[in-house]
Design a protein around this ligand. Structure first.
Ligand code: NAP
Ligand code: 12T
Length: 348
């Protein structure tokens, strides 16, 4: 920690995202004068290490934010709703990883590669988009900039770590039980708060988050609404189907886009993505090179491959987009937002 740095708090420090927040702040050398780790009462007193220093986790209360300049929230929507305004009241800027404020008019929803400038409109709270949305919009943005975007259709293949540490534990325990021919007892996935629970091991479950009245899940509606907000285009056509797979970390997405302008081809898409920040092109079918969830864990970049032109629609293209959902999908994007705030003179 340094004298020149900021007073930072992590809310949800003991969770799957929180753990990556600690790692990412250290790895990217974020300037920190003090780091406050917050959780529920359950984990208060627990010790976590940051850059070799042992820190004690405290229960998050409104007063936890006295003197805090930057608060990174990932402890669920209800915690953010209760405590983010308290942090702002005490002078902190909040970067919130939950869906609590993402669609609020006064809250910028930021992927720095796409809409960093929107940070200038913030009024204390900045929202980090949904993990599945972030990797998709960041990969598609270079194409949209050059050729426009009329329509986007996505199907996701999402990892269990997106649903937290309890979901990871459930997948491993259930896998062992099935291999040992024991009875299983699903109680976390697909959604811990929903009425029914289903097997995740050796399965594919087409429900992430709760169902809405229109038949889409909330995760699907987040992808649809957040994409339009980040790309600042309400007229864009967007559809999503979100599926959970028994993968620990790394969301994969099959994305179909239709661009506005004529003249795009696969070679041009490859060229655009090759030069884009935070994107790694892995697209060499002849040599079986394409992105895999098993390769993306712990990596900052978004990986894109399987780029093909649609066989019927000249302006239509398909691709496969993979990223570590806890890094670019959550912790890394939040820390990048914090660096953008410094760069724009909004955090000083
Ligand atoms: P997790 O592994 O279940 O961890 C939850 C964290 O929240 C733990 O640190 C927990 O502390 C803390 N917490 C729970 N209740 C609390 C309370 N009442 N007051 C203070 N802290 C509390 O979940 P996760 O995967 O890290 O995700 C956490 C949240 O981040 C999710 O609910 C979601 O809103 C958001 N998220 C966003 C993305 C994204 O798309 N950008 C991705 C994943 C998650 P204890 O140890 O005390 O229980
Ligand atoms: N339910 O922050 O279960 O909107 O994978 C992220 C991930 C909500 C969110 C998941 C979720 C969010 C999940």
């Amino acid at each position: 920690m340094t004298q020149q740095g900021f007073h930072v708090a992590i809310v949800g420090a003991t969770g799957a995202v929180g753990e990556q927040m600690l790692q990412t702040l250290a790895k990217m050398e974020f300037p920190i004068a003090s780091l406050t780790l917050l959780s529920s009462k359950r984990s208060a007193g627990k010790k976590l290490t940051f850059k070799g220093e042992e820190l004690t986790v405290q229960e998050a209360t409104p007063d936890s934010f006295d003197g805090i300049q930057l608060a990174l929230f990932s402890a669920g929507g209800s915690v953010s709703k209760a405590l983010a305004p308290e942090a702002v009241k005490r002078g902190a800027i909040v970067v919130d990883n939950t869906s609590a404020f993402r669609m609020d008019k006064d809250v910028p929803l930021i992927v720095p590669e796409v809409n960093e400038e929107d940070l200038k409109k913030h009024q204390g709270i900045i929202a980090n988009p949904n993990c599945s949305t972030i990797q998709m919009v960041a990969a598609v943005e270079p194409i949209r900039e050059a050729f426009g975007l009329d329509r986007l259709i996505v199907s996701t293949y999402q990892a269990v770590s997106g649903a937290g540490v309890n979901a990871i534990d459930e997948m491993y325990q259930q896998s062992r039980q099935i291999l040992d021919e024991e009875e299983i007892n699903p109680e976390v996935l697909p959604v811990s708060g929903d009425k029914k629970h289903y097997q995740i091991a050796f399965n594919a479950v087409p429900q992430i988050d709760l169902f809405q009245e229109n038949g889409y899940t909330f995760e699907e509606m987040k992808m649809i609404n957040e994409t339009k907000k980040i790309m600042n285009d309400d007229s864009m056509k967007v559809a999503a189907t979100c599926v959970r797979l028994p993968v620990e970390t790394g969301h994969s997405e099959s994305v179909y886009i239709e661009v506005e302008k004529e003249g795009l081809d696969v070679a041009k898409i490859r060229e655009l993505l090759k030069n884009a920040p935070g994107i790694t092109l892995q697209d060499d079918p002849a040599n079986q090179v394409y992105p895999l969830a098993s390769d993306c864990k712990g990596k900052d970049d978004i990986f894109v491959g399987r780029i093909r032109q649609d066989l019927d629609q000249e302006k239509g293209f398909h691709m496969w987009i993979v990223a570590d959902n806890l890094l670019k999908g959550a912790a890394l994007n939040s820390v990048q937002i914090a660096f953008s705030l410094i760069k724009l003179g909004l955090l000083k």
